[in-house]
Design a protein around this ligand. Sequence first.
Ligand SMILES: C[S@@+](CC[C@H](N)C(=O)[O-])C[C@H]1O[C@@H](n2cnc3c(N)ncnc32)[C@H](O)[C@@H]1O
Ligand SMILES: Nc1nc2[nH]cc(C(=O)O)c2c(=O)[nH]1
Ligand code: SF4
Ligand SMILES: [Mg+2]
Length: 214
Amino acid sequence: MQTEILTMSNQVPEDGTLLPLMEEFYTIQGEGYHTGTAAYFIRLGGCDVGCHWCDVKESWDASIHPLTTADSIIENAKKYPAKTVVITGGEPLIYNLDYLTKGLHQAGIKTFIETSGAYPLSGEWDWICLSPKKFKAPRKDVLEAAGELKVIVFNKSDFAWGEEYAQLVGPNCRLYLQPEWSKSKEMTPFIIEYVKENPKWDISLQTHKFLNIP
Ligand SMILES: C[S@@+](CC[C@H](N)C(=O)[O-])C[C@H]1O[C@@H](n2cnc3c(N)ncnc32)[C@H](O)[C@@H]1O
Ligand SMILES: Nc1nc2[nH]cc(C(=O)O)c2c(=O)[nH]1
Ligand code: SF4
Ligand SMILES: [Mg+2]
């Protein structure tokens, strides 16, 4: 089959019409500004940022995820009542997302992205969630376009590290501190105190993990 041949040779065309799709699921946004809101999630495979605590390492190898037409992703997204998609990964900005996001907009669907910002910004976005990483720094174009900055707190030095990025985003960008899941018990009390002392920051929890939903 065409899809299998393309996957094995790992030929992702640059026009964004075919993308390595790991999974798609309809759920509730668990994190950040849109927490609690229904959305259709599109998870693209492929990431070389290498966060040691990444909660979706199965996404890293793009070649194991079938190349899928952007048209079929759009058709699937249209089936759900919430007219919002969250494109995540893996690192979705590895790919040219112009074709996919234009098509979603033509279908009346809002486009949100979860990104590390380590690759050039492509696509038309209604909301950009930037979660910067030490392992591969975010780019200026993504920092300037971000609607929310979501800093993952793995240890106490991440507060000062996050403040550096808070200086680099736009003036209206919302600021979130989210505990790294495995360190959550230890770090959440520090986040609570930090937010009380520095109320320009909000806390973000991975609420889908408490709700046992995808
Ligand atoms: C799996 S990543 C995919 C999108 C993109 N590569 C990124 O890192 O933003 C989705 C979100 O989950 C966050 N995340 C990943 N692993 C996590 C963990 N163990 N604890 C808390 N947040 C995590 C990331 O920082 C990001 O905001
Ligand atoms: N419910 C839910 N909310 C999320 N927000 C960001 C997620 C992601 O993995 O990008 C995610 C996810 O995997 N599930
Ligand atoms: S950038 Fe995102 S997908 Fe890639 S390793 Fe880090 S958390 Fe995981
Ligand atoms: Mg997740």
